[in-house]
Design a protein around this ligand. Structure first.
Ligand code: SF4
Ligand code: SF4
Length: 472
């Protein structure tokens, strides 16, 4: 008997002949998107306009004598209208980011990729760039024709105009973004007079190129290959999530027909195979092939198909926002445990954030003890030296009274009252001394307290130690 197990080679025959090489690189196909109108396109225009207004408008708003929203990195202060945030408040920023993440999870479980299709800056800027393309080079067919033509004066002018608009939008975007970190009015003057600082010039240049490259050239490649959110959000989908979907039960068998033809008798479904849904798709996919990772849920294909259905006198909704359960004839459950869980988590975190914001201290006290542990002064008293850092995080000036407690017999030397203007950090030197006979221990816990004269009942404190020689 043989001691070997018989092995059979089941490798399928390779279509590649021996010695031949196969190129695994798939060249990107240029997408020529067709312009269209419709309900969801209007919704997208409104959401995009709102986003643009927020982004470009807010940077130019003033609050008192400063920019309303300003991330002042050199001074480590972040102004958002009437509030000033300090690095110590970064916890709030973490809360805010977590709230945004849960908000995104909630909306994704509920309505799929609506964030991508309607409000993601990559999509919104791409729509604007597509508009510039249409204005300068024409709609889909004209652009395809233009690209095939050899270079001519007209082609050169059209292409130049398109790139000029793209670069103008990119520059304005970059300038606005950098303007959130340095006063935008001065930045604009500096740029125009070529007096701009090196770091600002770098970021304006970098962000201009990034916007131009992403919205002008890379477009759907960012959504399909670069965006991490696109990768993991599909795991949040369930059979009750709203997705843009084609109804194959209604649409198939697809095929062209005359408008008034009895297509049911011909064995045809409602899809006339006009490919309009493909031509308007910014990622160039055919939604009739089912849900795909490249679909950003923009509903451009819904608008396009609805307009075709209208022309054919068929009911709208061959492509629509629907759910997998709906498509398979089952009931859709909008309220489901996962969605309710995200909603509760979101509400709890928003409540915690609002509370933390409301209770945020508007002053802070830090005590730095001198490196010399203690010294004996000329009167034989034990002396400790401190530097008090008083941070006025409020928008108003305050006069603070300094007090110290925890050890009887302490003599305070230094200013008892200090004025800190809004947003100022004061360093106040303080000397404390005590008769050595009154010192209960070599290390004594003490408490420094500050109180603003115009905010009664609210104190800010910091612990420290009073050190002396060993007590026998
Ligand atoms: S737009 Fe509608 S009718 Fe035209 S191919 Fe797409 S699904 Fe079919
Ligand atoms: S398939 Fe439809 S919803 Fe998806 S990206 Fe294309 S046009 Fe937008």
């Amino acid at each position: 008997m043989s001691d070997k197990i018989p092995v059979q080679d089941v490798t399928p025959p390779s279509p590649v002949k021996k010695g031949e090489s196969v190129d695994l690189y798939a060249k990107r196909e240029q997408i020529y998107t067709k312009a269209f109108t419709g309900l969801f396109r209007n919704v997208r225009m409104i959401s995009g306009a709102f986003l643009f207004l927020m982004f470009f408008g807010t940077a130019w708003l003033n609050w008192g004598d400063r920019q309303a929203v300003w991330w002042n990195l050199p001074e480590r202060k972040f102004y958002i209208f009437g509030a000033t945030f300090w690095p110590q408040d970064f916890m709030l920023l973490s809360w805010l980011l977590i709230i945004c993440a849960f908000g995104l999870f909630f909306i994704t479980v509920f309505a799929g990729r609506v964030w991508c299709g309607y409000t993601c800056p990559q999509s919104v800027w791409t729509w604007v760039y597509m508009w510039a393309e249409k204005v300068t080079e024409g709609d889909r067919n004209q652009r395809m024709k233009l690209d095939k033509l050899p270079m001519s004066a007209e082609k050169f002018l059209r292409k130049t105009a398109k790139h000029a608009i793209w670069l103008g939008v990119a520059l304005f975007t970059a300038l606005t973004f950098v303007g959130y970190f340095t006063p935008i009015r001065q930045l604009t003057v500096d740029l125009v007079t070529l007096n701009i600082e090196g770091w600002a010039l770098f970021w304006v240049g970098f962000l201009t190129l990034a916007t131009y490259g992403n919205a002008g050239w890379l477009r759907e490649q960012v959504c399909i290959h670069m965006c991490p959110y696109a990768r993991f959000q599909s795991v949040m989908f369930d059979k009750d999530t709203l997705i843009v979907s084609y109804d194959p039960n209604r649409g198939e068998r697809r095929g062209p027909r005359k408008k008034d033809a009895d297509y049911k008798a011909l064995g045809l479904g409602d899809c006339i195979d006009c490919k309009m849904c493909v031509h308007v798709c910014p990622t160039g996919i055919d939604i009739r092939n089912g849900l795909q990772i490249a679909c950003i849920g923009c509903a451009a294909c819904v608008d396009a198909c609805d307009s075709i259905m209208e022309k054919m006198n068929y009911p709208k909704g061959l492509i629509s926002y629907t759910t997998e359960h709906n498509l398979s004839g089952q009931k859709t459950h909008l309220l489901r445990p996962r969605l309710i869980g995200y909603a509760i988590a979101l509400l709890v975190m928003m409540g915690a954030f609002a509370t933390a914001l409301y209770l945020r201290p508007l002053a802070e006290l830090d005590v730095i003890k001198d490196r010399v542990l203690y010294r004996e002064n000329e009167e034989g008293r034990i002396e400790n030296v401190y530097t008090l850092k008083i941070m006025n995080k409020d928008q108003r000036d305050h006069v603070y009274t300094i007090a110290v407690s925890g050890l009887d017999g302490l003599v305070f030397e230094g200013r008892r009252e200090v004025k800190a203007v809004a947003g100022e950090i004061l360093a106040v030197p303080v000397e404390l001394s005590i008769d050595p006979d009154k010192l209960p221990s070599s290390t004594n816990e003490i408490l420094f307290t500050i109180q603003a004269a115009d905010i009664p009942g609210k104190t800010f404190d910091a612990e420290s130690r009073f050190i002396g020689p060993s007590v026998r």
